[in-house]
Design a protein. Structure first.
Length: 455
């Protein structure tokens, strides 16, 4: 019988080594290509651009995006608890850190004045603000606000360059950002706490949400109120009763409406109060039957997106009708709208029990607001074990011009998979040094900022 002759035996001896090396390189390239495909599937690369995650020293308090400069700004408090902190500037087009600015305040809420090209950083203690250049991040000036405590919300009137600061004690102060001079001060009602405010630059009205502070907001059934201020004089024009525990105020300039999120409590369901932006009168109240956490307007369609215990809903503000409930795989925790592209980004959290541990992962679902369908889902965090006492709410924003999604996810502990060696006798495993327990594979993961391109 003839012997079998391989391809290699037909070559000269000096060329056999080339064949072996060729096979080795082919195998290596094939493995690398397979790993790239798996990574793309697991971390949602696909056709969208994916950028390296930016590791943060701790969870930021606030995240805002300036679309004109394609910059994301994050406020990070001082680890030692001193009354100072830092503001991180990130290029949303590349996901790279541009600058870290130290500010002489304990940084909390932020607001962008896109007309002046500035970012205003509020002191969480309410003592003042720091103004940064939105292009370079350099400090423009600092303004001290006397007699202010516990800042809760900021809003800027881009027409007049006036800043409105709301504090938990119910006071609202107006500051001229050009001169740094305090213009007006409006005192809050007895046993009230201001949670949010918004400005309608068309009507020059300021809408202030006050909730009842005489009892815990988790058990209180007392209705909240909306104060309507004249943006020029600071005078209170109207006071309107709304639902329980008003938390957010959103102005829909296109519909000439103001929508108030009444978050509700453990004893009462949430609702939405729709007000006329000129007179401040209540047009309708929409009962939703569950607590509401956030609200995002879509200026292009005139719809509102609500985030609550019932999931994410599309609301027609003019009629008060729920147009669609968005089906999600996971619990939604944050939403952001890109009205120009017709995209709604939904940051969701997934939980899975493994080996008596609750494993958390985060993903972003991209919803097409025009077609009414979910385009895709992108994983933005690795599986982590998070202590419930140390858990922080993730943050989400979009850059409409650069078509980027910016998310901040919490850190935790990750565990590397341990191979199963149960087929080896337990006594023998005890003598082998390379067998370790699951805890030996634990690794701490810090909070991270993730940038993804919209599909």
């Amino acid at each position: 019988m003839a012997d079998t002759i391989s391809f290699a035996t037909l070559l000269p001896l000096r060329r056999r080594g080339l064949v072996k090396r060729y096979k080795w390189w082919c195998g290596a390239l094939g493995f690398a290509a397979g790993a790239a495909v798996v990574t793309s599937i697991v971390f949602g690369g696909g056709s969208d651009a994916s950028f390296p995650a930016l590791v943060l020293p701790q969870m930021p308090r606030a995240l805002v995006v300036d679309g004109r400069t394609s910059r994301a700004f994050l406020t990070i408090p001082d680890r030692a608890g001193r009354p100072q902190g830092t503001v991180w500037l990130v290029d949303t087009r590349t996901g790279r850190l541009q600058r870290v600015v130290t500010v002489p305040v304990d940084p909390g809420p932020m607001v962008v004045d896109d007309r002046a090209g500035q970012v205003i950083v509020g002191d969480i203690g309410g003592t003042g603000v720091s103004i940064l250049d939105a292009h370079t991040g350099t400090m423009v000036r600092g303004i001290t606000v006397p007699g202010s405590v516990s800042l809760s919300s900021l809003a800027v009137d881009v027409r007049t360059h006036h800043l409105f600061l709301a504090t938990l004690d119910g006071n609202v102060r107006t500051v001229d950002l050009t001169t740094g001079r305090m213009l007006t001060s409006a005192s809050g009602q007895t046993l009230s706490s201001t949670s949010d405010l918004a400005i309608d630059t068309r009507t020059e009205r300021v809408f202030i949400a006050d909730r009842y502070a005489g009892a815990s907001p988790l058990i209180s059934r007392q209705q909240g109120t909306i104060r309507v201020l004249d943006a020029h004089s600071g005078r209170v024009l109207h006071t309107v009763a709304v639902g329980v525990n008003p938390r957010h105020v959103v102005v829909d300039a296109r519909a000439h409406r103001v929508v108030v999120v009444n978050a509700g409590t453990g004893l009462t369901a949430g609702s939405l109060s729709v007000l006329d932006a000129t007179s401040g009168r209540t047009i309708r109240t929409i009962a939703l039957g569950y607590p509401i956490y956030a609200l995002a307007p879509d200026a292009s369609s005139g719809h509102m997106f609500t985030l609550g215990a019932g999931g994410v809903m599309i609301l027609d503000v003019r009629t008060g009708r729920i147009r669609q409930a968005i089906a999600l795989d996971g619990m939604p925790v944050a939403i952001a709208v890109d009205g120009t592209a017709g995209r709604l980004s939904i940051l969701t959290e997934h939980e899975q029990v493994q080996a008596s541990m609750v494993i958390h992962t985060n993903s972003i679902s991209i919803f097409d607001t025009r077609a009414g369908v979910t385009k895709r889902s992108i994983t933005v965090s690795e599986p982590l074990v998070i202590n419930p006492n140390d858990a922080n709410t993730p943050l989400l924003a979009v850059d409409n011009r650069a078509r980027r999604i910016v998310a901040v996810v919490d850190g935790g502990i990750t565990y590397a998979p341990v191979p199963s060696w149960n087929w080896i006798p337990s006594r023998l495993r005890a003598w082998l040094p390379f067998f370790t327990h699951l805890e030996a594979h634990a690794r701490a993961v810090a909070p991270r900022l993730v940038v993804r391109a919209e599909p």
